[in-house]
Design a protein around this ligand. Structure first.
Ligand code: GAP
Length: 440
C-alpha cells in the first residue's frame, strides 16, 4: 500500500490521468477549478455504477419506480423548497490574500490560515448557480441549476402517481447532475461544483413507523456496498445532531467512508417529513394529497430520502481497489482490484505474438465473439508481461492469451488479475465460464 494518505491520493490522481479514468477539465486552458472530466475508462465505471444502482434500487424493487428530470426547473420550485432563502453558507474573505473560507470549517476563525491576514465580516453566500432563460440577459427569466436532484421528484410526484399503479409506500429514484457553488472544494472529485447524484424519495404514510422504514433503508443501502464491492467495515454511521440537521430534515445519518484522505460523507439518509410536499402544495396551490382507497382517507405523504454521490462512489471504489504489490522478481505492480461488475473492461484478449498471422487471426475471432457479450480490450502491443501490467493498472479481471497450443488443442490461457494465476480453458466453454465469473 502507498505510504501515507496524501501519498495515496497523489498516486490515485496520477493513475486516473495516466490511464484515462479522470482528467482535469479544460486542461489545455490551464484547467477550471475543481472541475474534472471522466475519460474513456472513467465513463465505463460511471455507467456501470449507474446501471447497478438503478437495478438494485429501482428495478429489483416492486415498490420503486424512476424518473429523469430536468436540470433547470421552474424557479418557483426552489423558492418553495426553501433553497433560495436557506441554501447558503457563511463566508469570510481574507483582506490580504483575498482567499475565501467557510468560518465554520476553520480551526482558528480569527486569522487567515494561509497568510495570517484579517478576515472581513461574515456574509451569507448562496450555493445556487444562477443562469438566464431568454435571448436578452436583462429581460430573461432567472433560473437555477439544481443543487439536488430531489426536487424534480417532488415536483413530478403527482404525475407519477396518476400515471402508474404505485401505492404508498413507494419510492421514486433518479440519477443526474447537480450543481453547487461551493466555497471550499477539493480532495480531487470529492467536492466539486458540478457532480452527479443518485437519489430516492420514498413516500410513506405519516402515521407509519418512519424510524423502522428508515432503518430498513439503511440496511438496504449497506447491501449496495456488497453489490459494487466496497468494504462495509470502512463505512461509519454518523448520526447528525439535532442542532446540525439540514433545514428540511428530522433525522439524518451521514454514511461516512474511509477515503484515502480521511473519513468523510459518501452517502446519506434523511427523514424529510412532509416538508417538501407541504411547501410545494402551498406555493403551487395544487392539492398534492394522496388518496388511500383502503381507508378512504387523504393525507400528505412523508418521505425518507436515501442519497448517493456518484463521483464520491467512484473515488471510494478507486481508492479501495488501488494496490501496490511487490512481485517475486522484486518488481512492483500497480493493480486496481475492482469487482468485475464495476471494472471498465472485463476481459483482455491477446495473441501471444503479433507477427504470427495464424495466432492473430485466431485471437481476433475470439475477441469478436467475446465482444458480443462483454467489453473486451484487444492488445497486441509489446510483450505479454507489459500487457499484463497494463491490464492490472486499469483493473481488467481476466486476460486471455491465444498461443501455438491454442491452434492445436482449441484452448487458451486465462490469467487472473488478483492472484496472477493462469489456467488453461477450452475455447468452447470459455464464454459460459467467463459469464459465471463476471456475474458473481
Ligand atoms: N437531496 C439531499 C442532498 O442533496 P447532500 O448530503 O447535500 O443531500 C447528497 O448531498 C450527496 O451528494 C452527498 O452524500 C455527496 O455524496 C454528494 N455531494 C454533495 N455535494 C457534493 C459536491 N460538491 N461534490 C461532489 N459530491 C457532492
Amino acid at each position: 500500500m502507498a505510504k501515507n494518505r496524501n501519498d495515496a491520493m497523489e498516486k490515485i490522481v496520477a493513475l486516473c490521468k495516466r490511464r484515462g479514468f479522470i482528467f482535469p477539465n479544460s486542461e489545455i486552458y490551464g484547467g477550471l477549478a475543481s472541475s474534472y472530466d471522466y475519460g474513456p475508462l472513467g465513463v465505463e465505471i460511471k455507467n456501470n455504477i449507474k446501471r447497478l444502482w438503478w437495478k438494485y434500487f429501482v428495478q429489483d424493487r416492486e415498490d420503486m419506480t424512476g424518473i429523469d428530470g430536468n436540470i433547470i426547473l421552474s424557479p418557483r420550485v426552489w423558492e418553495a423548497s426553501g433553497h433560495v432563502a436557506n441554501f447558503t453558507d457563511p463566508l469570510v474573505e481574507c483582506k490580504k490574500c483575498h482567499q475565501r473560507f467557510r468560518p465554520d470549517k476553520l480551526e482558528n476563525a480569527a486569522k487567515c490560515p494561509d497568510c495570517g491576514g484579517e478576515f472581513t465580516a461574515e456574509k451569507r453566500f448562496s450555493g445556487l448557480f444562477k443562469t438566464v432563460i431568454g435571448p436578452v440577459e436583462e429581460e430573461g427569466q432567472v433560473v437555477y441549476l439544481r443543487p439536488e436532484t430531489a426536487q424534480a421528484i417532488f415536483a413530478d410526484y403527482k404525475n407519477v402517481l396518476n400515471s402508474s399503479n404505485k401505492k404508498i409506500p413507494f419510492g421514486i429514484g433518479q440519477i443526474g447532475k447537480a450543481f453547487r457553488n461551493e466555497i471550499t472544494t477539493g480532495n480531487f472529485t470529492f467536492r466539486t461544483f458540478e457532480f452527479e447524484q443518485m437519489e430516492i424519495e420514498y413516500f410513506i404514510n405519516p402515521t407509519a413507523d418512519w424510524n423502522k422504514i428508515f432503518e430498513e433503508w439503511l440496511d438496504y443501502i449497506y447491501g449496495f456496498m456488497d453489490v459494487i464491492g466496497l468494504e462495509r467495515k470502512k463505512m461509519h454511521n454518523h448520526e447528525i445532531a439535532k442542532e446540525d440537521l439540514a433545514f428540511y430534515s428530522k433525522r439524518t445519518i451521514d454514511l461516512e467512508y474511509q477515503f484515502p484522505f480521511g473519513q468523510d460523507e459518501l452517502w446519506a439518509i434523511a427523514y424529510r417529513t412532509d416538508h417538501d410536499l407541504g411547501l410545494h402544495q402551498k406555493y403551487s396551490g395544487q392539492n398534492l394529497e394522496y388518496f388511500d382507497d383502503k381507508t378512504n382517507k387523504k393525507y400528505l405523504p412523508h418521505v425518507i430520502e436515501p442519497t448517493f454521490g456518484l463521483d464520491r462512489t467512484i473515488l471510494a471504489l478507486i481508492g479501495e481497489a488501488y494496490r501496490e504489490e511487490e512481485l517475486p522478481d522484486g518488481e512492483t505492480r500497480v493493480v486496481l482490484k475492482f469487482k468485475p461488475n464495476v471494472a471498465p473492461y472485463k476481459i483482455a484478449v491477446f495473441p501471444l505474438l503479433k507477427n504470427k498471422p495464424e495466432l492473430v487471426a485466431a485471437a481476433r475471432r475470439l475477441y469478436e465473439d467475446l465482444k458480443k457479450d462483454f467489453l473486451v480490450f484487444w492488445d497486441d502491443r509489446g510483450n505479454i508481461g507489459k500487457r499484463y501490467r497494463y491490464q492490472d493498472e486499469i483493473g481488467t479481471p481476466y486476460c486471455v492469451t491465444v498461443d501455438f497450443d491454442s491452434l492445436e488443442n482449441n484452448s487458451v490461457t486465462v490469467r487472473y488479475r488478483d492472484s496472477m494465476r493462469q489456467e488453461r480453458i477450452n475455447i468452447d466453454g470459455l464464454k459460459d465460464y467467463l459469464h459465471k465469473k463476471i456475474e458473481l
